[in-house]
Write a protein that binds this ligand. Structure first.
Ligand code: C2E
Ligand code: CA
Ligand code: CA
Length: 441
């Protein structure tokens, strides 16, 4: 499978056109390129409210006609409700991208409709492939995938199916995921959370990685949302859960009875099947486990999420609220969650000593969490000065590159053994290692 993603920033009028920001020059593919674009009217619901349904439905046909006028060689493949699919050929992917950009600008101009002025908000997902090696289904799926990404990123997204370089398109990863999980291409790294006052390792967080046979290491930022979209996040999380349980037992055998936390996607909190299966596995294992969940996940379907979280808490799983402050936060929910730990998002912690506002936010979050009888973890602790400030503010636990990067199981085991050794010497100076130490890890 081949492909790459080029995301074009959505320029304001007058900004450079797509060709300067978009697909890179493609050598070796001189010839004809097929371009397929899904064009979505984002403000269709609003327009329909103003115009009424029959007029709104006709509007899509008007826009399709306008596109045909602007680009006479374009084929309107489908047009209905809020979506228009167009196809055309160009001598290169960049030429296609430039035409889509011209179209975007032309359609963004306010237009007169039955005597009133309206503005369209359009989003474009585009797939481009050389004619000789492109099948219709793959091109359509790629355009759909580009549109999905365009919605999330609020940019025109162009998927160039000819690129065999290392960039990965979501569609390909989506297809490869089930096999990758089954073939053991996933592995875990652990990052310790250190208790500031007790000067000991309180727990650790498991972070999943994908060692891809061709593409090399892929980090979760590039595949967790793909797994969610592909319906594979349940399988991936069950794999992670089983692996964490096995690792927890191996650590106990080495004399380290540590709670291991894993990240649970918000999507799974509303999934009764997942909750049942996970509970059965956790209960049978007897392992010391924790789940990190984001608050945003709870806000989506609060009643069932809170009920499921209570189920986990009842079987002894510790719960931590992840990325606090990064998304939507609601005090009303915070109070109702059976969580014992609050993790302040790294975006506040990383600028703690260079921003005026962030120390205030962190300070008040620590006080709030303590008032709710929760412990606070600061993630993204990268500098000794941040650690010092957090310690003065009464932060309970710290996690970050300063203390340890995420480590594979063997390196993590060794880290624990070294710390135990330091502790027994009764003089734990600090968990801070010289930077050269982590470069080796
Ligand atoms: P997260 O839960 O907020 O995890 C912490 C991320 O911050 C990790 O990135 C970690 O490597 C990074 N990090 C730790 N210390 C520092 C630091 O001092 N500075 C900076 N700049 N970064 C630091 P990673 O491993 O790439 O994970 C990214 C995200 O992927 C995680 O964010 C989590 O939301 C998600 N994720 C990871 N593993 C899983 C999993 O098994 N399941 C699910 N659903 N999501 C996962
Ligand atoms: Ca986390
Ligand atoms: Ca986090």
């Amino acid at each position: 499978m081949r492909g790459s993603v080029a995301a074009l920033p959505q320029p304001r009028d007058g900004a450079p056109p797509a060709e300067s920001a978009g697909a890179k020059p493609m050598e070796g593919h001189a010839g004809v390129w097929r371009i397929l674009s899904q064009c979505e009217i984002l403000n269709f619901a609003t327009l329909r409210r103003h115009l009424g349904r029959p007029r709104a439905d006709a509007l899509v046909l008007d826009i399709a006609a306008r596109i045909a006028e602007l680009m006479p060689d374009v084929r309107i493949l489908t047009a209905g409700r809020a979506l228009i699919e167009i196809g055309f050929e160009r001598e290169s992917a960049e030429a296609g991208a430039a035409d889509i950009d011209r179209l975007r600008k032309a359609l963004a101009r306010p237009f007169d409709l039955d005597g009133e002025i309206y503005t369209l908000q359009m989003q474009f997902g585009v797939a481009a492939a050389p004619c000789e090696d492109c099948d219709d289904v793959r091109l359509t799926e790629a355009a759909e995938s580009a549109l999905e990404q365009a919605r999330n990123e609020k940019k025109v997204v162009i998927l160039d199916l000819s690129r065999a370089d290392l960039a990965f398109d979501r569609l390909t990863l989506m297809r490869e995921l089930p096999r990758a999980i089954a073939n053991g291409e996933m592995f875990l790294q652990y990052q310790p959370k250190v208790h500031v006052r007790r000067q000991e390792i309180a727990s650790a967080e498991a972070l999943v990685r994908w060692q891809h046979p061709q593409r090399g290491l892929i980090l979760p930022g590039d595949f967790i949302s793909v797994a969610e979209e592909a319906g594979e996040i349940g399988a991936l999380t069950m794999w992670t859960l089983r692996q964490v349980i096995a690792d927890q037992k191996r650590l106990v055998a080495h004399g380290h009875d540590l709670t291991l936390f894993l990240n649970i996607s918000g999507m799974l909190l509303a999934d009764a099947e997942f909750v049942k299966e996970a509970c059965a596995v956790v209960t049978a294992s007897g392992a010391k486990l924790g789940f990190e969940i984001t608050e945003t996940a709870v806000i989506r379907d609060p009643d069932s999420a809170i009920q499921h979280l209570q189920t986990f808490a009842d079987i002894g799983v510790k719960l931590a609220i992840d990325d606090y402050g990064a998304g939507l936060s609601s005090l009303a929910y915070l109070k109702r969650l059976p969580a014992k730990e609050l993790k302040i998002d790294k975006m506040f912690v990383m600028q703690l000593t260079s921003s005026n506002r962030d120390p205030l936010i962190v300070r008040s979050t620590i006080d709030l969490a303590h008032a709710l009888e929760m412990e606070v973890t600061a993630e993204g602790v990268e500098t000794p000065s941040a650690l010092a400030l957090l310690s003065v503010m009464g932060c309970d636990m710290v996690q970050g590159f300063l203390l340890s990067r995420p480590l594979g199981f063997d390196a993590f085991s060794k880290y624990l053994a070294d710390e135990a050794h330091l502790a027994s010497s009764a003089n734990v100076q600090s968990f801070i290692r010289p930077e050269s130490f982590w470069k080796r890890a």
